[in-house]
Design a protein around this ligand. Structure first.
Ligand code: MOS
Length: 767
């Protein structure tokens, strides 16, 4: 069975007649209501298969051999022993790998053409560019045979001196051309003067380490070439169509010769966007052995070939008058990247949008290192940026002897401080008010070290969460069928967020159907080719806008059909005069006059109406400052003798526009907060600054939070629609992690009187 056939079987459960009955027929409207995930039953039953779990006939297994130098040349590759090992089909090196074009770089104005976070050619020469870069791919009949043979490959190198030390390269830091399309530097007024004018000022350096991606599902690919020269790829990706474009580019194929499918992805967080070496090498291996090949990265493999979050050093200076009004805000950041990727992580974005200050200096620099390309990782920029800025705000509040929430309220801007645009909807102060009330903030003692429970020092902290709104123009296909059901098709990615569920809710409401009458097809690049991805917290809004456009067009088509009949109660009606409800279209001013979709189609003998429609450019983001906001409240307990930090309470109060599905949204935000707890307290990529090698590429040595590290997390919402966002909803995927590390650092200070400005907050820093 081909990959596409097997995948179709998995996806078929979302067709109307096979969809699990988790959306009840009696549930009439959907947006704003908690709904169980449509993919839930398949996942708990183990029926939802992830890439590495797929078995297809004649499948061979590939394993990567990673290089062990940061820079230089392979001088000798000993592969004979591996080639002769049992079950081995091929050992692929730069000497016999198929020709591949270097992947295109990220182009923010044209993401749809595909991209990689590094434009280095993939295993095309003896040149080595980072420690961990693949030097060989071993393909064998079984995974065990491939793993065994991979250990038999020996490489020798001519080592060249590499730039791997962030500390060492700091003097060579440069200002990047841009930071995600924005200027790296912003100056408002005279910030030196502003600093001098403050009655109180603080200036500190905040450091965050490298972090690595640890999605529960490691990256995996299955590739299968067809006789006609086309290739089918099953890949754990956050964007099937962008990946298809990138593969087509790299292998010199036409876009329609590449099909990528991914019905379920076990988390991505930014690490599964763009083409990484493993994907291209799996496809190349399938070509060499002329069989379908599976390449599932080991956990270590993810650390070696997939980028993570950059190391960063940020400098924040704040000055304020006695009444708390800021007179100056300085925020500079230095991050690491690679020359082949040039992704300057946007750590200085939060200060551009959060506080009113008459003077500001915001600037970013980068150092270029010989490492794997850094990449997006949940709220890239904002997560580390809010750690620095929101720690600094807490430090300023302490110096002012002012409540930190009050300080933020006093400096709440009326319009965007650097863009000067009005806010589309910003109810951050309300989120603070509701959060403080629910958390019981007024009971907190401002004086550090004033609450204890035996040997445990107790403290509370708060910080602002912030993530910008993004939307991309996209195309959806909508089919309304003669039986009154509807199908929405768009090549979206479902990596566990609840995408299919909320899209069914939304489309059902727009069409006036029951949710069980709507199916949502995604995760397949044969759907309309449109640049949609699960990234930048954009996907929900992006698809909503596409569905709005498609529903409007479909209504027009249905009215044309109705108009063909003299007896139609909709005769002569135009789109503005009708509303979609009760399974059809009805005149807004004469509610009893209308017809069901099934009725219109049956009476005209047309089996279905199908439209493919694009949404408009996201002009709203050019006219308004649009973002999701929140207030992260926490309580920590710090052991007086050991310095152990336990997070004992959490409340996130969010302002993200309409909450489409409180059940899945709460789950998303909790996930972000848990990832933030890891960032604050335990996660850290240990990196050998001399050799450029990651030293802890495993879950036993890179500590992600486990159940016992996480308290009950309460989430509340303003749930105030943003009239400039499609159906009122802004993004929720990434904001959860923002503000978390600062909230914890602030709580640790409140508990102990010790300010830690260097993540993670491990016990040695509190002793
Ligand atoms: Mo997110 S870091 O844009 O997947």
């Amino acid at each position: 069975m081909s990959i596409l056939q097997s995948i179709m079987e998995t996806a078929a459960q979302f067709l109307p007649d096979k969809k699990p009955d988790v959306m009840k027929a009696e549930q009439e409207t959907h947006v704003g209501h908690a709904r169980t995930r449509v993919d839930g039953p398949a996942k708990v039953r183990g029926e939802a298969r992830f890439t590495a779990e797929f078995q297809i006939e004649n499948l061979a297994h590939a394993v990567l051999v990673h290089g062990t130098i940061a820079k230089g040349k392979i001088s000798k590759l000993e592969t004979e022993e591996a080639r002769r090992a049992p079950g081995v089909l091929a050992v692929i090196t730069h000497e016999n790998v198929p020709k591949m074009k270097a992947p295109p770089s990220v182009d923010l104005s044209n993401m749809g053409k595909g991209f990689a976070l590094s434009n280095l050619p993939i295993m095309q020469s003896a040149e080595m560019h980072w420690d961990g870069e693949p030097v060989a791919v071993v393909v064998a009949e079984t995974l065990e045979q491939a793993e065994h043979a991979a250990h038999l490959v020996r490489a020798e190198y001519k080592v060249e001196s590499a730039d791997v030390s962030f500390e060492g390269m700091k003097p060579k830091a440069v200002m990047p051309h841009d930071v995600l399309g924005e200027p790296p530097e912003i100056t408002i007024g005279d910030v030196e003067k502003g600093m001098a004018e403050g009655d109180v000022r603080i200036e500190h350096v905040y450091r965050t380490p490298r972090y690595n991606h640890n999605a529960i599902e490691p990256h995996a690919t299955i590739a299968s070439w067809n006789e006609d020269g086309s290739v089918e790829v099953f890949d754990a990706t956050q964007s099937v169509n962008m990946t298809a474009h990138t593969i087509a580019w790299v292998f010199g194929l036409k876009r329609d010769q590449v099909q990528v499918v991914a019905p379920f992805v076990g988390g991505g967080f930014g690490g599964k966007v763009g083409l990484w070496n493993n994907i291209a090498l799996c496809i190349a291996a399938a070509k060499v052995v002329n069989r379908p090949v599976k390449l599932a990265l080991s956990r270590e493999g993810v650390y070696r070939v997939i980028g993570g979050r950059t190391i960063a050093e940020q400098h924040v200076g704040l000055a304020a008058r006695k009444d708390g009004k800021l007179t100056a805000l300085m925020h500079t950041g230095m991050t690491a990247t690679v020359l082949s990727g040039r992704y300057a992580e946007q750590c200085t974005f939060p200060p551009r949008h959060l506080y009113a200050s008459p003077t500001m200096y915001i600037g970013q620099k980068v150092v270029y290192l010989d490492t794997v390309a850094n990449t997006w990782m949940r709220a890239p920029g904002e997560s580390i940026g809010t750690f620095a800025l929101e720690s600094a705000m807490d430090e300023l509040a302490h110096e002012l002897r002012m409540d930190p929430i009050e300080l933020r309220k006093i400096n709440e801007p009326e319009k965007d401080p650097t863009k000067n645009h009005p806010f589309s909807s910003r109810k951050l102060v309300e989120a603070y008010r509701r959060g403080a009330e629910k958390f019981g903030w007024s009971a907190r003692k401002a004086e550090p070290r004033s609450q204890r429970d035996g040997k445990w020092l107790v403290g509370q902290g708060v910080a602002t969460a912030y993530y910008p709104f993004m939307r991309f123009p996209a195309k959806a296909r909508l089919r309304i069928c003669i039986d009154g059901t509807a199908v929405v098709q768009i090549p979206a990615a479902e990596m566990g967020m609840g995408t299919a569920t909320v899209q069914i809710q939304h489309a059902a409401d727009r069409l006036g159907l029951h949710a069980h009458q709507v199916s949502f097809q995604y995760g397949d690049s044969r759907l309309p080719d449109t640049p949609v991805m699960a990234g930048g917290s954009n996907q929900t809004a992006t698809i909503f806008a596409a569905v709005h456009a498609a529903v409007d067009e479909a209504i027009g088509e249905l009215l044309k059909l109705a108009n063909k009949r003299a007896d139609s109660p909709l005769k002569g009606a135009n789109a503005e005069e009708v509303e979609a409800r009760d399974g059809g279209l009805f005149r807004a001013k004469a509610p009893e006059q209308g017809e069901t979709y099934a009725g219109i189609l049956q009476k005209t003998g047309v089996p279905f109406v199908e439209v493919e429609t694009s949404s408009a450019m996201p002009l709203e983001t050019m006219k308004y400052s649009m973002a999701s906001y929140g207030a992260q409240f926490c309580q920590v307990r710090v052991h007086e003798e050991t310095g152990e930090v336990r997070v004992s309470r959490w409340l996130g109060s969010f302002d993200c526009g309409t909450i489409v599905n409180p059940k899945t949204a709460t789950s998303q935000l909790r996930g972000g907060i848990i990832m933030g707890i890891g960032m604050a307290l335990s996660e850290e990529t240990l990196f050998d600054e001399r050799r450029g090698r990651i030293m802890n590429p495993s879950l036993s040595e890179y500590h992600v939070p486990v159940n016992l590290d996480v308290p009950h997390i309460e989430i509340i919402y303003n749930d105030i629609p943003d009239e400039h966002a499609p159906s009122g909803a802004r993004g929720i995927g990434e904001i959860g992690i923002t503000g978390v590390a600062a909230s914890i650092a602030n709580a640790v200070f409140n508990a102990t009187g010790k300010r830690v400005r260097d993540l993670p907050i491990t016990l040695d820093k509190l002793m």
